[in-house]
Design a binder for this molecule. Structure first.
Ligand SMILES: Cc1cn([C@H]2C[C@H](O)[C@@H](COP(=O)(O)OP(=O)(O)O[C@H]3O[C@H](C)C(=O)[C@H](O)[C@H]3O)O2)c(=O)[nH]c1=O
Length: 333
C-alpha cells in the first residue's frame, strides 16, 4: 500500500461537515485529488464555513448528493483509491424523535458506501467513520476497542448497525475497510449542537449565566485537526485493514471542568445554571467516555498533538469571531 496520498483520488462523504472540512483541508495539503460528496453544499450557503480557503475549495471536485441515494453514491465512489465515509446524522437528541431517519441515513447510507466500494476496481482503502457513542457509558476505562457496544440512544444504535455492516463487508467480501472510532471532536466550525461551542458561544455573546445540562458527564475531547490526522493515518496503514480503531486524546474532562477552562480562555467568569431542557433521559445519557488509544498508536504512531487548553482557546477565539452565526438560545439538546 502507498504511504502517501499524493496524486491519489480520494472521496470524502460529509465533506462539508465539521470534521469533514478539516479532513478535506489536510487531504488537499497532502496532495490528494479530493472529491467531496456534500448534502447541503453548506460551504457555499453558510458563511461561517468561509474560513476554508478558496484555494482548497477550488481544488476539490464537489458533488452534491444524498448518502441515501445509492446511485449517486456509486457515481461518487467510482475511480477512487480512498474513501472516507463521514456523512451521518449526528445529533443525539434528534434521534429520540426521528429514529427511523437515523437508520436511513446512518445504516443505509453506510451500506450504500460499502456496496459501491465493493464494486470498485480501484479502491485501496475505505475508512468508515464510527463514534465513541457506540460504547455507551464506560463499563471500564480506558475504553478499548473490545469494550461492549451499547445502544444507549437511537443514534448510537444506528452507528452500531453501520459498524456491523462494515465488519460484515470485511468478513464476507474482504473489503479493505477500517472502522475509525473518534471520541468527542471539537474545534473551529463546530456548531452549537455540541457542548464546547454551546458554552463558548454563550460566553462570547456576553451571557450573565451559563446554561448547561448535566455537569458531571466526562468526555475524551480531541481537537479536529488531530481527529482528521488520525483518520488519514488509518487510511495509510496496511495493518489496520479490517480493524476497529479508537481516535481520542486519552484525557478525560467533565463538562463542568470544560466550562471553567472555557471561562478562563474567554476571560469571563459567570455562574453555571442547570437548564432542565438540556438534560437527556437518565438512562440514555452517556456518563463517561475515555479512549484507550494504544491501538492507533501502535498501528500508525499517531498521537493527538493539540493540548486541550490550546484547542479550547482556538475554538473560543473562532466562535468569538463568528458569533453572528450562533444563537445561544436557539440550541437545546
Ligand atoms: C450540547 C450540550 C451538551 N451538554 C452535555 C450533554 C453531554 O453530557 C455532554 C456532551 O454533549 P455533546 O452533544 O457535545 O456530545 P455527545 O453527547 O458526547 O455526542 C457527540 O459526540 C459523539 C462522539 C457523537 O458521535 C455525537 O454525534 C455527538 O453528538 O454535554 C450540555 O449539558 N449542554 C449542551 O448544551
Amino acid at each position: 500500500m502507498s504511504e502517501s496520498l499524493t496524486g491519489k483520488q480520494v472521496l470524502v462523504t460529509g465533506a462539508d461537515g465539521f470534521i469533514g472540512s478539516h479532513l478535506v483541508e489536510q487531504l488537499v495539503q497532502s496532495g490528494a485529488r479530493v472529491r467531496a460528496l456534500v448534502y447541503y453544499n453548506s460551504w457555499n450557503q453558510i458563511g461561517w464555513l468561509n474560513d476554508v480557503s478558496q484555494e482548497v475549495l477550488q481544488s476539490i471536485e464537489m458533488i452534491q448528493g444524498d448518502i441515501r441515494d445509492a446511485e449517486r453514491v456509486a457515481g461518487a465512489v467510482e475511480g477512487c483509491d480512498y474513501v472516507f465515509h463521514l456523512s451521518s446524522l449526528i445529533a443525539i437528541p434528534y434521534s429520540y424523535v426521528a429514529a427511523r431517519s437515523y437508520v436511513d441515513t446512518n445504516v443505509t447510507g453506510a451500506l450504500n458506501v460499502l456496496q459501491a466500494s465493493r464494486n470498485s476496481d480501484s479502491l485501496t482503502r475505505l475508512v468508515h467513520v464510527s463514534t465513541s457513542e457506540v460504547y455507551g457509558t464506560a463499563q471500564r476505562v480506558p475504553i478499548d476497542e473490545d469494550h461492549p457496544l451499547v445502544g444507549q440512544s437511537p443514534y448510537s444504535a444506528s452507528k452500531i448497525g453501520a459498524d456491523k455492516m462494515a465488519e460484515s463487508f470485511y468478513l464476507s467480501f474482504g473489503l479493505p475497510v477500517v472502522t475509525a472510532r473518534p471520541f468527542n471532536t471539537f474545534g473551529p466550525r463546530q456548531t452549537a449542537r455540541a457542548v464546547i461551542p454551546t458554552i463558548a458561544s454563550q460566553l462570547q455573546a456576553g451571557c450573565s449565566e451559563l446554561k448547561l445540562g448535566a455537569l458531571t458527564p466526562t468526555r475524551d475531547f480531541n481537537f479536529a485537526t488531530d481527529t482528521a490526522a488520525g483518520m488519514i493515518a488509518l487510511a495509510l496503514c496496511k495493518q489496520a485493514e479490517g480493524e476497529v480503531v479508537n481516535i481520542g486524546s486519552g484525557e478525560e474532562w467533565s463538562i463542568e471542568e470544560t466550562a471553567k477552562l472555557l471561562m478562563e480562555a474567554v476571560g469571563r467568569e459567570v455562574p453555571i445554571i442547570c437548564d432542565e431542557d438540556r438534560i437527556r433521559p437518565e438512562k440514555s445519557e452517556v456518563n463517561r467516555l475515555l479512549a484507550d488509544t494504544t491501538k492507533i498508536h501502535q498501528l500508525t504512531g499517531w498521537k493527538s498533538q493539540v493540548p486541550f487548553k490550546d484547542g479550547l482557546a482556538k475554538t473560543a477565539d473562532w466562535v468569538g469571531r463568528n458569533i453572528q452565526f450562533f444563537n445561544a438560545e436557539r440550541y437545546t439538546i
